[in-house]
Design a protein around this ligand. Structure first.
Ligand code: MF3
Ligand code: CO
Ligand code: CO
Length: 270
C-alpha cells in the first residue's frame, strides 16, 4: 500500500486514517501550537505583523519542519495575520499594531509529511470589554463544536453546536470560509461548516482528521475579499475573531492535535 495514502475513503471522499497515523498528526500539531505559544510575547503595540511572521518562519525552519503556506496557491508567508475586522487570510506586512488591536495568527506546518493547522487570538496592549467578549464566545464556540465530535454524530451536529452558541450571544458565524479535512494533505474533504442543521451531513467516523476553525463577527456575517485576492474582511467593518484546532476522531470523541503546550491558547490565559 502507498505510504502517503493509507486507510480508506468514505463515499464522501473523507479519509479514514489508521491508529498509527494519530502520532504523526500529534507531532505536527504540537509544533504549530508551540510556535503560537512562542510568539505571544512578541505581540505588542508598535510591532508589525511582518515581524511576527518572520519569527514564525524562522522558528519553522529551525525546527526542521516546513511551512505549508509558503508557496500555497502563490501565498508567500509562513502565517496569516488577521487584525480587527479582517476575518481571515490577512497578509503579514508593515502594518503597526496599536493599543487594543486584536489579531488572529494562523500557522500550518508540515512535519514528516503530516499537516498541523491551528490559529488563535492575541491582543496588542489592553483588551477592550467588547473584544474580550467576542474572543471568549469564539473560543467557546470552537470547544462546543469539538464537544459534538464522536463517531455516529454528523458534521451538521458540529456546525449546529457552533452556530446555536454564537447566535445565542447575538453574534454571527461567517459562512464564506470553513474548516477542512487534513492529514498528509492541507485541504481535503469534507468542508467543515460552522453552521448547519443537527443530523445533517456526513457521519463522523473514528480516524477522520479535520480542522474546526469558526470565524465569528460582532456584526453581520457577510465578508468580502480585498484586491490582494487574499484578505477577507467583514462587509460591515465589524470586529471578527477566529480559533482553529486540528483534531482526530477517536472511538469515544476527539483528540486535539494542536493543544497549546504552555496552556496559552486564549489571550487572557498565562
Ligand atoms: N491555515 C489556513 C487554514 O486554516 C489556510 C491558509 S492558506 C494561506 O486553512 F495561503 F492563506 F496561507
Ligand atoms: Co485550516
Ligand atoms: Co489555519
Amino acid at each position: 500500500m502507498n505510504e502517503t495514502h493509507r486507510g480508506r475513503l468514505t463515499r464522501e471522499g473523507i479519509r479514514i486514517h489508521e491508529a498509527a497515523d494519530f502520532a504523526g498528526m500529534h507531532r505536527a500539531g504540537a509544533l504549530a501550537a508551540q510556535i503560537l505559544d512562542e510568539i505571544a510575547e512578541h505581540v505588542f503595540v508598535g510591532q508589525t505583523t511582518a515581524a511576527i511572521d518572520k519569527l514564525i518562519e524562522d522558528r519553522v525552519n529551525a525546527s526542521g519542519a516546513k511551512s505549508a503556506t509558503i508557496g500555497y496557491k502563490g501565498y508567500q508567508h509562513a502565517s496569516c495575520i488577521s487584525v480587527n475586522h479582517v476575518v481571515c487570510h490577512g497578509i503579514p506586512g508593515d502594518k503597526v499594531l496599536k493599543d487594543g488591536d486584536i489579531l488572529n495568527v494562523d500557522v500550518t506546518v508540515i512535519v514528516d509529511g503530516w499537516f498541523g493547522d491551528t490559529s488563535r487570538m492575541y491582543v496588542a496592549g489592553k483588551l477592550s470589554r467588547k473584544s474580550e467578549r467576542l474572543i471568549q464566545v469564539t473560543h467557546d464556540a470552537l470547544m462546543k463544536g469539538i464537544e459534538a465530535v464522536r463517531p455516529g454524530n454528523t458534521f451538521g451536529d458540529i456546525g449546529h453546536a457552533i452556530q446555536s452558541y454564537v447566535e445565542a450571544h447575538r453574534m454571527s458565524v461567517v459562512r464564506d470560509f470553513c474548516g477542512h479535512g487534513l492529514g498528509r494533505v492541507f485541504h481535503s474533504p469534507p468542508n467543515v461548516l460552522h453552521y448547519g442543521r443537527a443530523g445533517s451531513g456526513p457521519t463522523l467516523e473514528e480516524g477522520m482528521f479535520f480542522t474546526i476553525e469558526p470565524m465569528v463577527n460582532l456584526g453581520r456575517p457577510e465578508t468580502k475579499v480585498l484586491a490582494d485576492d487574499w484578505t477577507a474582511v467583514t462587509r460591515d467593518k465589524s470586529l471578527s475573531a477566529q480559533f482553529e484546532h486540528s483534531i482526530g476522531v477517536t472511538a469515544s470523541g476527539a483528540e486535539i492535535f494542536t493543544l497549546s503546550p504552555a496552556g496559552k491558547f486564549h489571550p487572557t490565559w498565562e
